[in-house]
Design a protein around this ligand. Sequence first.
Ligand SMILES: [Zn+2]
Length: 487
Amino acid sequence: MTPTIHIKETYTNPNSFHIYFSYAGKKKYTNLPTELQKLVHLKAEKDEFVGKDKDLIHIERISENGIEHFVVVGLGEESSHTLKVIRSQMSKAVQLARKVKALEIVIHINDHAKNVQSIVEGVCMGDYSFDTFKGKESRKKHPHIQNVYLVTRETEEIKKAVARGINSASALLLARDMVNTPASHLHPEILVEHARKIGNKSQGAVTITVLDEMECNKLGMGAFLGVAQGSERKPAFIILHYKGSGTHKFAFVGKSITFDSGGLSLKPSEGMMDMKIDMAGGAAVLGVFDYLATQKPHVSAFSDVYGVLPACENMPSGKAIKPGDIVTALNGKTIEVLNTDAEGRLALADALVYAETELKADYIVDIATLTGACMVALGQDLAGLFSNDDQFEKKYRSYAHYTGDDYWRMPLHEEYLSQMKSSIADLKNVGGRYGGAIKAAVFLKEFVKKAKWMHIDIAGPAHTDKGGASGWGVLSIIYFLEQIIKV
Ligand SMILES: [Zn+2]
């Protein structure tokens, strides 16, 4: 649930939590009530507030009517500030509001009308916490923000930006919720339900197709089904579709292993603890389609936008795939499975071939919590991105930058493919100890023919130890598809 957003030219209430913006060096507190300006100045001097990113000033005014909070949010240099800074600073200010149990916040927009969508996104992100499984008491202790007042002139543009911001934030938070939900409550069947819900609320704008085990088998998805065969739960291959007006076809493929035990190559308990998140790629895809379903944006670059989720569990059992088994992917390539914990690339292999040959996508992005190696290389802030097309990557980079979906481009070093060759099949699914993220990418490339393609390994940023799921990828792909900001 996102808070209710109101647009008001003026708003007063003695118990409010007020938020103002300030750029670096300007000491622009002129929007504050005059009696507070001096206080803010003093506090700013004391805290060495310079309005840089990450700076916040917080002042409380206590009266018999209650406690009023004033927060000045630093946005960095005026010339260089990005939507990402606004979003993250807003989020921080709202977290502070929740800490002091404010139920409403008042945001003084002033000259930030053009940033309203990001402001709304930041508010919703800051207000988010995963409390589906929390008891009543705990919920009462940490109440959510109920109402947000944007103090500004109500224009058509502002109204539209608010609506877009709510839709994109809801999409992001839906993805976070799905990733945070334990595997007992989120398995392939539930992903299908989520997809169908998105289809229903779109009123025809998003259509859903689900291929069951038999249909996948008939098509020849031996790699995906090889992963799924150890689980009691049936796999589901989910396809979402949205129409645009362009000439190209775009497919967004998300790794959707709803629980990854490692299979017979069982993970140690430490490594298995947060493996409910192994469907974060699929959750990002569903998040994007949730936005398409509610916002119904005009997508001018693509004639068709597809989402593809090869959803299953990776479990050990008497039926499970064994190390040394050979599977045949949808494009006829055979893969010797030497480690059943390198399962994501198997499921993705079939999904990539499906996207290009069946859906005829000529632009494909896959997003996956794929390798621990990528996290070792880049940490938890950055995704690793691999691409066979510089222009595609460059275009996406600007949107990723503006939305805070940060990544580092990694090399698609083809020479490593020789280490992924099997002596008894075309490929094997692991290739030695070093360069694991690159080898996985090079492996996946064997399942893409001509399409312009990006593979994004989000093993690091999909999840933070402190905040749970991040929803990485939802906003950047939404902005990329809609291209509503000039970059
Ligand atoms: Zn695995």
